[in-house]
Design a binder for this molecule. Structure first.
Ligand SMILES: NC(=O)C1=CN([C@@H]2O[C@H](COP(=O)(O)OP(=O)(O)OC[C@H]3O[C@@H](n4cnc5c(N)ncnc54)[C@H](O)[C@@H]3O)[C@@H](O)[C@H]2O)C=CC1
Ligand SMILES: CC(=O)[C@H](N)C(=O)O
Length: 375
């Protein structure tokens, strides 16, 4: 076969074969662009030529920003860096309030070209990657969880490495499993989670750390406990009961819990979680002896949480109707989280223990429900 025909056949096959990504179109653009896979050994030093300058305000993109955590984080970051320097993105339609409170953009993390366009056009320097399917919804749709949590993460890592971004990816208590030490769980120990969510988060931790040491990617990761918030709803996790109980306590005085009363899990109020995220993103690189840290605030069981709420709402009645799938997940997760390294390296300190958490949640939800009744 003439050389030209051979070359064109090979090129056609290469363009058609989905060898390194999720969608053929994105793959084509990605394979011929500058990518960590194409960086020859020894050329790592120049990888950060377009890296974030510490004297500028970062330009932040948050993926999966319409879930439980993204809107709150955007609000804090916008206060710090200016409204137009923080872009929320998601595949869902934002509420009118969110849409009018700062830049919002459609972004599907499975679409690599679209992601790259956003990063380039907006001169993004920090990427906070919140898109994910959480533990319970992940078990209900494993193939979607695998695509979003694993293939999506690959897109994010390549974009971040190619454009010298500082990348934050949250991990979770769910990255541990039944063979991990559970009380307490240290940063470094056996990690054999039994959910697709947990497996995808261990994968994210390892891939981020690999890109850090291999390509110099400024990857930062915190393992969050279950996060409790009043003005945003959880997206389908095992720890969701600890948010729902407050709403039901205020609304009806009754709550049916889907975990056993003695199920102890690490938890954190959202303000602590978001502050920790900003603190680790701003920490000087020299302070970080690791790239993935446990953070913790408190640990409680449904029974202990109910008792604390009953100090304010004594008529609250709690019943238990255990969801076997969620209970199985919770029984494999840490009971207490050891976050000594975060406290030592970059000064992590939580503000909210159980009593402050309960007071704050009840104040917020109580005043919301009074406003709703009055209007
Ligand atoms: N909320 C919690 O208790 C904890 C959360 N985390 C992690 O923090 C991050 C944020 O959590 P939440 O806000 O609670 O999650 P969430 O489930 O409330 O929100 C996730 C968002 O991802 C979006 N998404 C799904 N597929 C997408 C796609 N293809 N492209 C772009 N966006 C997509 C969804 O539309 C949703 O708005 C997640 O990575 C989660 O694993 C970790 C531990 C605890
Ligand atoms: C702890 C988490 O990661 C999340 N809230 C879940 O329950 O899946």
């Amino acid at each position: 076969m003439p050389v030209l025909r051979v070359l064109s056949t090979v090129a056609k096959q290469a363009l058609q074969a989905p060898v390194c990504g999720y969608q053929p179109l994105a793959v084509t653009a990605r394979c011929i662009s500058f990518s960590p896979r194409q960086v020859p050994p020894g050329s790592d030093a120049s990888f950060h030529s377009v890296s974030f300058s510490e004297t500028d305000h970062p330009k932040v993109l948050i993926t999966g920003g319409l879930g439980q955590l993204g809107v709150g984080l955007a609000k804090l970051l916008r206060k710090r860096f200016g409204k137009n320097n923080v872009i929320l993105s998601d595949i869902r339609k934002p509420s009118s309030h969110v849409f009018h409170s700062g830049p919002f953009i459609y972004s599907d993390i499975l679409d690599y070209k679209n992601l790259r366009e956003i990063v380039v056009n907006n001169r993004i320097t920090w990427l906070v990657h919140y898109s994910a399917l959480l533990s319970a919804v992940g078990e209900a749709n494993v193939s979607l969880a695998r695509a979003v949590n694993i293939t999506g993460l690959h897109n994010i890592l390549d974009i971040a490495a190619e454009h010298g971004l500082r990348l934050f990816v949250p991990s979770t208590i769910g990255a541990f499993g039944p063979t991990s030490p559970r009380n307490p769980t240290p940063d470094l120990c056996v990690q054999r989670p039994r959910t697709i969510y947990g497996v995808s988060k261990v994968h994210a931790e390892l891939m981020g750390e690999y890109y850090h040491q291999r390509y110099g990617l400024d990857f930062r990761c915190l393992r969050y406990p279950g996060i409790i918030s009043a003005d945003s709803q959880p997206g389908g996790g095992t720890t969701d009961y600890a948010v729902q109980i407050f709403h039901d306590a205020v609304k009806s005085g009754k709550f049916e819990c889907n975990l056993r009363q003695d199920t102890r899990l690490p938890m954190m109020y959202i303000d602590d979680c978001l502050r920790a995220t900003i603190e680790v993103m701003e920490a000087p690189a020299e302070a970080l002896t690791m790239r993935t840290y446990n953070i913790n605030a408190m640990s409680f069981t449904p029974e202990e949480l109910a008792q604390e709420i009953q100090k304010q709402l004594p008529d609250l009645q709690v019943t238990y109707e255990v969801d076997v799938m969620r209970q199985g997940i919770a029984d494999s997760w840490p009971m207490n989280f050891d976050d000594t390294n975060a406290r030592h390296d970059w000064g992590w300190k939580h503000d909210y223990d159980l009593p402050e958490l309960v007071q704050t949640m009840l104040n917020f939800i109580g005043s919301e429900s009074q406003i709703a009744q009055a209007t």
